[in-house]
Design a protein around this ligand. Structure first.
Ligand SMILES: Cc1cc2nc3c(=O)[nH]c(=O)nc-3n(C[C@H](O)[C@H](O)[C@H](O)COP(=O)(O)OP(=O)(O)OC[C@H]3O[C@@H](n4cnc5c(N)ncnc54)[C@H](O)[C@@H]3O)c2cc1C
Length: 499
C-alpha cells in the first residue's frame, strides 16, 4: 500500500475497538470521543501531506524493495542527503503541529527503522528476533502505521528493581511461554497518543539487573489486542471548547495513557527480545534508537521553542512593551536560545557518524546537548511569556463576548493593543499565549519537554561520565607544563614568607 491518506488513517481508527478508559468509563467509539476527535484530524492532516504535491518529494521516497512510495521515516540513512531528507520530514511534521505534538507517526517509525537496520545486533542473541523486527519494519512501512510506545515502568517504588516490587507483575513481565506466544502481565507507561494509534511497541531504557530477566523484553502488538487496557490520564479539555478561546488546547491535546497488560498473548513473530538482560541493556547503545529518534525530537523541540518565542515576541509587540530595555533583553535571550538549538541541530547533521554497517547517524553529542538544554530553555520561554503577558493573560474575554453586540463597543475600546492592533487581534494572541503558558494543556507541554525521553538530570550525568571517559583535559596539562618550563628560567619564583 505505501503512504496512507488521512482518510485511510481515520478509517483504521474507526475499525478498531481498543480498551480505552477515560474518566472512569469505557470509551467505545474512539473517533467520536470529543477529546480525541480533533487530535485524530490533526494526525490525519500529516498523512495527507504525503499526498500533497508541495510536500510529497520532501517527506516521502520510493522504496527500493517494493517500488511503492513510503514515508522518509522508513529511510535507512546511508548518506548525509538521507539525513537531510529525514530532517526535512521532521520539520514539516513539526511545523504542521507547531512542535506541540511530540509523538507524531515519524517518531516511532524512525525507532523501528533503527532497530530493523541494526538487526545484526539481535541476530547475535536469537536469529528469530532479528527476523521478526525486520518483518515488523516492513509491515509498518508498507501499511504506513502509527505506533505508540511505553518504555518506562510505572512509578511505584523506584528504589527497587522490577523483580523486587511487592507484586511480581506490577512491572510488565512474562508470565509464561505458550505455543502461540508469550503471555505478558503488568504495566508500562507513558504511552502518548495511545488511543488513536494502530500499534504499540514495548522496549525499555537500559538498567536491567540480574533477576530482571522476565522484564527484559521487547515486542509489538496491535493497540486493540485483547487484554490490553489503556488507562488515560484526566483529559485537559472536553473536546468542545471553542477554537477562538483555546486555539491550541482545542486542537493538539496528546492523550497519555498507562498500559495495563492483563495476560496479553504476544505472538512469537512479534517478539523482538526476551529473557535477556544483556541484550535489553545494549539495545539502546547498539541499535541507534537513541540517536535517530533524538534527531526527530531535536527538530520538533526546536520548532516548539521557536513557536513559543514567536508568540512571546508578538505578545510584547502587541502591547508596545518591546521598547523597554528589560523586555528586549529577555526577548533577545529567547531568540538566542532558538539559535543555539538550531545550530546544534546543524552540527549534529554536519558532523554525522557512519557506523560499521554503513548507517549514518546524526552526531550524538550535539543531540544530547539539545536534550540537556531544552528542559531549561523551554520553561524559560514560558516564564518570559508569563512575565510579559502579565495580567493581560488573565483578563481575556471570550469569543461569545465578542459576538455580543451590546458588549462589542467596550471590548473594541478597552482591549485594543498598541496603535494598529485591534482588540480582537490582541485577545486572540493572548489566548494563544495562555494556552501555552497558563492552561493545563500548556503545563503538560512543559512537563513533556522535561521528561519526554527520560530523566534529564540523570541523562546529563550520564553525558558527563561518557564525556569524561574520552576526554583527557590535556589543555590543563599544557598550561601547567608551560608554566613549569618558564619557572625554570624565570625569576618569578615561588614566594616564600619568611617569618
Ligand atoms: C508528557 C509526557 C509524555 C511522555 N510520553 C512518553 C511516551 O510516549 N512513551 C514513554 O515510554 N514514555 C513517555 N514519557 C515518560 C518518560 O519517559 C518518563 O517521564 C521519564 O522517563 C521519567 O520517568 P518518571 O516520570 O517515571 O520519573 P522517575 O524516574 O520516577 O523520577 C522521579 C524523580 O526522581 C529522580 N530519580 C528517580 N530515580 C532516580 C535515580 N535512580 N537516581 C537519581 N534520581 C532519581 C528523578 O531525577 C526525578 O526527579 C512521557 C512523559 C511525559 C511527562
Amino acid at each position: 500500500m505505501g503512504i496512507r491518506t488521512g482518510q485511510q488513517y481515520i478509517e483504521a481508527i474507526k475499525s478498531r475497538q481498543p480498551e480505552v478508559w477515560l474518566g472512569g468509563r469505557r470509551v467505545t467509539d474512539v473517533y467520536n470521543e470529543p477529546v480525541f476527535q480533533q487530535p485524530i484530524k490533526e494526525i490525519a492532516k500529516l498523512y495527507d501531506l504525503q499526498h500533497d504535491p508541495d510536500y510529497q518529494d520532501r517527506i516521502t521516497h520510493v522504496c527500493e524493495e517494493t517500488g511503492e512510495r513510503v514515508n522518509n521515516a522508513f529511510l535507512n540513512p546511508t548518506s548525509k542527503d538521507d539525513l537531510k531528507a529525514r530532517s526535512e520530514l521532521f520539520e514539516v511534521y513539526a511545523r504542521a503541529t507547531f512542535g506541540l505534538m511530540g509523538r507524531t507517526p515519524d517518531f516511532l517509525n524512525v525507532v523501528v527503522t533503527g532497530m530493523a537496520s541494526n538487526s545484526w545486533f539481535l541476530d547475535k542473541y536469537n536469529p528469530d528476533w532479528s527476523k521478526n523486527i525486520r518483518n515488523y519494519y516492513r509491515y509498518i512501512r508498507d501499511n504506513d502505521l502509527f505506533l505508540t510506545h511505553a518504555i518506562i515502568n510505572p512509578q511505584n517504588d523506584r528504589s527497587k528493581a522490577s523483580y523486587e516490587q511487592e507484586d511480581m507483575f506490577t512491572h510488565l513481565g512474562v508470565v509464561e511461554e505458550k505455543p502461540e506466544g508469550l503471555v505478558v502481565r503488568g504495566a508500562k507507561m507513558l504511552a502518548t497518543l495511545a488511543p488513536i494509534t494502530d500499534e504499540v511497541i514495548i522496549y525499555s531504557f537500559p538498567g536491567f539487573q540480574p533477576g530482571d530477566e522476565r522484564y527484559a523484553l521487547a515486542f509489538a502488538v496491535p493497540i486493540d489486542t485483547p487484554g490490553l487496557r489503556l488507562l488515560c490520564r484526566e483529559q485537559m479539555q472536553d473536546g468542545k471548547r471553542s477554537y477562538f478561546d483555546h486555539p491550541l488546547a482545542s486542537r493538539y491535546e496528546e492523550m497519555d495513557a498507562v498500559l495495563a497488560f492483563n495476560d496479553v498473548v504476544v505472538p512469537w513473530d512479534r517478539v523482538f527480545l526476551y529473557n535477556n538482560v544483556e541484550a535489553a541493556n545494549l539495545l539502546y547503545p547498539k541499535t541507534g534508537i537513541a540517536q535517530q529518534p533524538a534527531h526527530q525530537s531535536g527538530v520538533r523541540g526546536y520548532v516548539k521553542l521557536a513557536f513559543a518565542v514567536e508568540v512571546t515576541c508578538r505578545l510584547a509587540d502587541s502591547i508596545g512593551v518591546d521598547n523597554f530595555l528589560n523586555v528586549q533583553t529577555d526577548l533577545g535571550e529567547l531568540v538566542q536560545s532558538v539559535e543555539v538549538i538550531r545550530s546544534l541541530l546543524r552540527v549534529a547533521e554536519y558532523e554525522y557518524e557512519t557506523t560499521e554497517t554503513g548507517e549514518v547517524r546524526p552526531a550524538a553529542a550535539p543531540l544530547e546537548t539539545i536534550r540537556g538544554m531544552l528542559p531549561t530553555m523551554y520553561p524559560r520561554a514560558i516564564e518570559v511569556m508569563q512575565t510579559i503577558g502579565a495580567g493581560g493573560l488573565l483578563m481575556s474575554p471570550t469569543g461569545n463576548d465578542f459576538a455580543n453586540t451590546e458588549l462589542r463597543g467596550d471590548l473594541d475600546k478597552y482591549y485594543a493593543g498598541r496603535a494598529g492592533v485591534s482588540a480582537e487581534d490582541r485577545v486572540r494572541l493572548f489566548k494563544l499565549a495562555w494556552d501555552l503558558c497558563g492552561e493545563a494543556f500548556g503545563q503538560r507541554l512543559l512537563q513533556y519537554e522535561r521528561y519526554y525521553t527520560g530523566d534529564p538530570i540523570r541523562k546529563r550525568a550520564i553525558f558527563y561520565n561518557q564525556y569524561k571517559r574520552k576526554a583527557t583535559f590535556s589543555m590543563v596539562d599544557d598550561a601547567l607544563d608551560g608554566a613549569a618550563e618558564l619557572l625554570k628560567n624565570d625569576d618569578k619564583k615561588i614566594e616564600r614568607t619568611v617569618n
